[in-house]
Design a protein around this ligand. Structure first.
Ligand code: FES
Length: 186
């Protein structure tokens, strides 16, 4: 089962985003609760974390406008419960004009309100900002990689800066209305 490791505080002021940090769960015969941030910060995950083939995440606590970061195979996975405005902004652009063309439906592949993607910049591998309430979100209200200035939009598509590609969308599925499984069972 999923477990909240480091719940974030409620959003205050201008930002309406709350952020929970989740790690979790059951893979193959072994379920392990993970200490998340050390692995993200070092990007040098322990072998047992690397071995996790899939992660189940309970999205029910994640309200509209909130985001969580999940560790899967040692990588941070960004999950954002998008607002109507987020979706509208993502759909307002002609995909053909983008550096890495993709429609919003190709990014939020199961439900428009849920965006799930690997949170590693496609330039040189930094973890972009945009998950925490205090983070800069770039010029397109998505994520901003401070390393060399890549801006991602509310669909995680690269819009400006040196990154060549969109943030990757991992394989995942909804197990029910509020639970996703990222990856496959071992
Ligand atoms: S690693 Fe993200 S902009 Fe260079």
């Amino acid at each position: 089962m999923s477990q909240a490791v480091n719940p974030g505080g409620n959003a205050d002021g201008d930002s309406r985003r709350d952020f929970l940090l989740y790690a979790t769960a059951t893979v193959g015969a072994v379920g392990t609760a993970l200490a998340v941030w050390p692995f993200i910060d070092s990007m040098n995950p322990a072998k047992d974390v690397m071995a996790l083939a899939s992660v189940e995440v309970d999205l029910s606590p994640v309200e509209v406008g909130q985001a969580i970061t999940v560790v899967w195979r040692g990588k941070p996975v960004f999950v954002r419960h998008r607002t109507e405005k987020d979706i509208e902004q993502a759909r307002a652009v002609d995909p053909a004009t983008l550096p890495d063309p993709a429609t919003d439906d190709e990014r939020a592949i199961h439900k428009p309100e849920w965006l799930v993607m690997i949170g590693i910049c496609t330039h040189l591998g930094c973890v972009p900002k945009g998950q925490k309430p205090s983070d800069p979100k770039g010029d397109y209200n998505g994520w901003f990689c401070v390393c060399h200035g890549s801006h991602y939009d509310t669909a995680g598509r690269i819009r400006k800066g040196p990154a060549p590609l969109n943030l990757p969308v991992p394989e995942y599925a909804f197990l029910d209305d509020t639970t996703i499984q990222i990856g496959q069972e071992a």
